[in-house]
Design a protein. Structure first.
Lengths: 114, 113
């Protein structure tokens, strides 16, 4: 079975500084990895995904993530944080070889301070 | 572009009552998922349907059932409601098999009193 860990409940960063939200995963087969953002009382919005190919994936709103197979990680990054990036971020994994299920991590709350 | 539509957006029920949530996936999406998100929790997978057939089952209580209809909309039926069922219920849809990302609706907030 697959699982996702997000080791930080909360990340605080100053506006204009780079941000990183960490994610590690465990799957039996090939990992398909996703990042989502959730604003209060809203649905989850897709940011980016890694399926295959280049380890650095670029997504919406200037976010990017780097797939690292040896460290089983898929950290979300942005070079310059905005106050409007403040939200709840979820990493998710799907086993590319077995099953349909998406599994989400516990989420990391990002606060960007002006 | 069309998104995933969920109804109702808010629902208040008493304990032991029944509730039905509806989901209309994005046109041409072939898979529908249901998730439950409790306060401060990550979304928990309940059940999914591929081409109107149940494809995977997660932590869905026996009191809950779901189905997908010929027009691809899906309904989540919840009976004998308990206080702990109070949560946000999300429907999501996808296409392109396992590589496709999920597109989420805005959720249905169920409050059980």
């Amino acid at each position: 079975a697959q699982s996702v860990a997000q080791p930080e409940d909360q990340v605080n960063v100053a506006e204009g500084n780079p941000l990183t939200v960490k994610c590690t995963y465990s799957v039996s087969g090939n990992p398909y990895l996703f990042w989502y953002v959730q604003y209060p009382n809203r649905g989850l919005q897709f940011l980016l995904k890694y399926i295959t190919g280049d380890n650095l994936v670029k997504g919406s709103y200037g976010f990017e993530a780097e797939f690292n197979k040896s460290q089983t990680s898929f950290h979300l990054k942005k070079p310059s944080a905005l106050v409007s990036d403040s939200a709840l971020y979820f990493c998710a994994v799907r086993d590319g070889d077995y099953g349909q299920n998406f599994v989400f991590g516990p989420g990391t709350r990002l606060s960007v301070l002006p | 572009a069309a998104g995933v539509i969920q109804s109702p957006r808010h629902l208040i029920k008493e304990k032991r009552e029944t509730a039905t949530l509806k989901c209309y996936p994005i046109p041409r999406h072939d898979t529908v998922y249901w998730y439950q998100q409790g306060p401060g929790q990550d979304p928990q997978f309940l059940i999914s349907f591929y081409e109107k057939m149940q494809s995977d089952k997660g932590s869905i209580p026996d009191r809950f059932s779901a189905q997908q209809f010929s027009d691809y909309h899906s309904e989540l039926n919840m009976s004998s409601l308990e206080l702990g069922d109070s949560a946000l219920y999300f429907c999501a849809s996808s296409w392109n098999g396992r590589t496709g990302e999920l597109f989420f609706g805005e959720g249905s907030r169920l409050t059980v009193l």
